[in-house]
Design a protein around this ligand. Structure first.
Ligand code: SF4
Ligand code: SF4
Ligand code: SF4
Length: 272
């Protein structure tokens, strides 16, 4: 790939989401100015009112949830040289895809009553399901150090692939006390790292916001809590939380609904 001949024009776009990833980026404060010095921002609804239809790099946040979103993301793809899926909504659909567990007409009737037929909605999909994406940034919201890294990689024409290691690796690397020891249920063993284990570093459990690692063994955490020979720590976790296997699986499906998680409602050991 050729380096950029001039300052690349950057645009931020949002689809169905809370826009929390874009807001988080603003928390980079002075570092953000350092990054933006290398580009020309031409569209960013969170921070400016001007909008240009000409751009080189498109950061796209949110999921595709309406027919008109499909046309819009295709137009963005046609115009931008580089498309980035920004955050878990854009990359793997996040909470938006919870609605995919029900038939759309049932949901529309439940939420909008007789007005449902006028609502434009389709099953939620990540952006990469509709167009080719050049870079993917996970997280709900995105990790700021990772955003900085990807931004610099884009400007220097280097590839970036999210890590396929679990959050536990970052806990070990940073000497973080495992929250299982405090009796909490943690999804870190099957969740893709890259956030520097920020939740467990502050004493909370990982909720799985960066999505599952490839080939995640979902049976293992359920077996660890409901198997016959429980490790004493896991026995304590199971006692403290009183979760069923189905509830453990439900926790996985909070962020992971476009893969196999969330499609099977029952736990592998049949616990419900
Ligand atoms: S990934 Fe999370 S923080 Fe980002 S837009 Fe979606 S819901 Fe909001
Ligand atoms: S706190 Fe969670 S992510 Fe960290 S080592 Fe324990 S299980 Fe793994
Ligand atoms: S620790 Fe887990 S929930 Fe927290 S930011 Fe990292 S992946 Fe997301």
């Amino acid at each position: 790939m050729m380096p950029f001949a001039r300052k690349p024009r950057v645009a931020f776009f949002d689809f169905a989401c809370c826009e929390g990833c874009q807001l988080s980026i603003l928390e980079l404060d002075e570092k953000l100015f350092d990054l933006l010095a290398h580009v020309e921002v031409v569209a960013w609804r969170e921070v400016m009112s001007e909008i240009s239809e000409e751009y080189d790099i498109a950061f796209c946040e949110g999921s595709i949830t309406r027919q008109q979103d499909i046309e819009r993301i295709k137009t963005i793809r046609d115009k931008a040289e580089i498309v980035v899926s920004l955050g878990t909504c854009a990359s793997i659909s996040c909470h938006n895809a919870l609605k995919n567990k029900w038939a759309m007409n049932e949901l529309l009737a439940l939420v909008y009553s007789e007005y449902g037929e006028h609502i434009d909605t389709i099953p939620a999909r990540p952006i990469a399901d509709v167009v080719n994406v050049d870079y993917q940034i996970l997280g709900c919201p995105v990790s700021l150090p990772e955003f900085e890294t990807v931004f610099k990689r884009i400007l220097t024409r280097q590839a970036y692939t999210p890590s396929n290691q679990p959050v536990c690796v970052e806990c070990k690397r940073n000497d973080i006390l495992c929250v299982h020891e405090k009796g909490m249920v943690c999804l870190g063993p099957v969740t893709r790292c890259g956030c520097n284990a920020i939740c467990t570093a502050f004493g909370d459990a990982c909720r799985g916001c960066r999505g599952l690692i490839d080939d995640a063994n979902l049976e293992a955490p359920v077996r660890a809590l409901f198997g016959e020979k429980l490790h004493p720590i896991m026995a304590e976790v199971a006692r403290n939380n009183r979760l069923t296997g189905k509830e453990i699986i439900a926790r996985f499906s909070l962020y992971n609904n476009t893969g196999r998680v969330g499609k099977g409602e029952e736990s592998s050991d049949g616990t419900a």
